[in-house]
Design a protein around this ligand. Structure first.
Ligand SMILES: Cc1cc2nc3c(=O)[nH]c(=O)nc-3n(C[C@H](O)[C@H](O)[C@H](O)COP(=O)(O)OP(=O)(O)OC[C@H]3O[C@@H](n4cnc5c(N)ncnc54)[C@H](O)[C@@H]3O)c2cc1C
Length: 487
């Protein structure tokens, strides 16, 4: 009897809460029931599922603030969600606390584009690709580039400090942001949308919220940096003599072509084979297998680089061909192909961006997203590959090589044998090795649920203590994305 009364009381509490939310965001924007919330409560990998009291979809910063105040008053946890393409379980509720998912998807307005200052001020729910298309009309680019750009949103990109293939030139999302507007755990709004490029008036609050995965505040808007549209690009796929040779190649191309490298992506043969097997439209880029395959792209907005060259192409394209021909003579490059049309370029990028789905189609795998000092990348791959072979695993490694960021998937040669392989031994080996080589166990995907225990166990204790102090100060009731990052 008592239990029934308590349960009724709980229900009444929540229905009052939901009614209040509906008053703020409108009836149709408070979704309840399994059917309407299903796509929000499971993450992109399908591995993380959570329960949500409701999915709430505000359309203004003021509405977000009001919803947060309601949640704070009733100790209801808030899980911010943007495009839900995160791959570490950060955007869905974890067990143990009554939660709502706060979807930013209706906050999808580009507030302004300032072509003089080369900035865009946007709502957090603007889809990355939508912003990119909009600024293109002004001959500008927002350079963040990765496979999920058609669904991922600016708020999610900032909250994960997303990387991708252009970091070698433009930096992470953190480097592309000039200011943030956010709602804190008590419902207060902080407005940092000044667009200033210099502002030394105290702690860097913007950078505290970037990469915080929704644990310190809900990002509702941002001022982002824009860059001139390249006038010319050159894209090639090459076979490097070794991983160390690849890093030499990167530096030589940067030196001779004036820091024009926009992408330097490691796509070795074992991964190409998996892609060929699972994505029918993709072709092998070089006639012979490239053990160290590199997708290289250079681009420039300089008039000189875009001028017609003696061979009928553009100066930058001819420049890259000359550099690569020289590198072939030195033996650093074994073979290379140039994309001579947009469709060839698109085919090379299709190859690169099919990696994750192909590895998933191959079978079960444990995905490491690691960063290393550039000089230790080759050591890491060699030592890991030896250990993987010894324990019966098949590594499928790709990477944003120019940033020292490897996506090292530990898979089984025969997917059927996966359950019998010593995965814990392999991953512990990897994390120990990363520690020895001064590497990071999360380069760009974040912590979420999947690496929260790892962070607790492996990040320097003094840094974890500092993170806990910040969390305690900004979210004393632990209502912002609990169960993620800090556990
Ligand atoms: C095919 C594929 C390729 C990918 N490639 C890359 C890659 O190359 N580089 C890379 O870095 N990532 C990559 N990712 C991962 C993912 O796309 C990025 O992490 C992306 O930035 C997440 O954006 P999102 O809008 O989907 O965020 P979500 O998945 O919705 O959320 C991610 C995290 O941020 C929090 N969050 C979301 N919005 C807000 C907000 N407004 N305020 C506060 N917290 C918020 C969530 O609670 C969650 O913890 C890839 C994913 C896929 C599926």
């Amino acid at each position: 009897m008592t239990a029934a009364i308590q349960s009724n009381e709980r229900q009444t509490d929540h229905s009052d809460f939901l009614t209040a939310c509906r008053r703020i965001v409108g009836d149709g924007n408070v979704l309840t029931g399994e059917q309407s919330t299903a796509s929000y409560t499971v993450d992109w990998t399908g591995k993380y599922r959570g329960k949500a009291l409701a999915v709430i979809r505000p359309s203004t910063t003021r509405d977000v603030a009001q919803v947060v105040k309601l949640c704070a008053a009733q100790d209801i946890a808030i899980v911010p969600q943007s495009g839900n393409t995160g791959i570490c379980g950060g955007g869905v509720p974890s067990d143990g606390q009554t939660s709502v998912i706060l979807s930013l998807s209706r906050m999808n307005h580009i507030r302004s584009i300032d072509t003089g200052a080369r900035t865009a001020t946007v709502d957090a729910g603007v889809i990355l690709e939508t912003l990119q298309n909009a600024v293109q009309e002004h001959d500008l680019i927002f350079p963040l580039m990765f496979g999920a750009r058609g669904s991922a949103m600016i708020g999610g990109n900032l909250s994960t400090n997303a990387g991708g293939s252009n970091v070698v030139r433009y930096g992470n999302t953190r480097d592309l942001c000039l200011g943030i507007e956010a709602v804190l755990a008590d419902g207060s709004i902080v407005n940092g949308l000044t667009g200033l490029r210099k502002d030394n008036t105290g702690y860097d609050l913007k950078n505290l919220l970037i990469g915080a995965e929704g644990t310190l505040g809900i990002i509702t808007g941002a001022v982002l940096k824009l860059y001139p549209q390249p006038k010319v690009r050159a894209t090639a796929f090459l076979s490097a003599a070794s991983l160390s040779a690849a890093l030499e190649i990167l530096n030589i191309v940067q030196d001779r072509l004036g820091n024009t490298v926009e992408a330097f992506e490691y796509v070795p043969q074992p991964v190409v084979e998996i892609i060929l097997k699972h994505v029918p439209q993709v072709r092998q880029p070089l006639a012979d297998a490239a053990e160290v395959g590199i997708l290289l792209e250079v681009a420039s907005s300089r008039m000189d680089d875009a001028q017609e060259a003696s061979d009928g192409g553009k100066a930058l394209q001819e420049g890259l061909m000359i550099v690569l021909a020289d590198l072939m003579e030195t033996g650093l490059v074994l073979d290379a192909m140039f994309a001579t049309s947009d469709s060839q370029r698109a085919a090379l990028w299709k190859l690169r961006e099919s990696v994750l789905e192909s590895i998933n189609a191959h079978g079960p795998a444990y995905h490491l997203d690691v960063a290393l000092p550039l000089s230790r990348v080759a050591d890491f791959v060699r030592i890991m590959d030896e250990k993987a072979a010894e324990l019966g695993f098949r590594p499928l490694t790709i990477g944003h090589l120019g940033d020292g960021n490897l996506h090292y998937a530990i898979s089984a040669a025969d997917p059927a044998s996966w359950d019998s392989l010593p995965l814990a031994q392999m991953t512990e080996f990897a994390f120990d090795l990363l520690g020895e080589l001064n590497g990071s166990f999360s380069a760009e995907h974040g912590i979420g649920q999947s690496k929260a225990a790892l962070l607790k166990a492996r990040k320097e204790p003094a840094q974890v203590a500092m993170m806990r102090s910040i969390k305690q100060a900004l979210d004393p009731k632990n209502i912002l994305n609990p169960g993620k990052m800090l556990i």
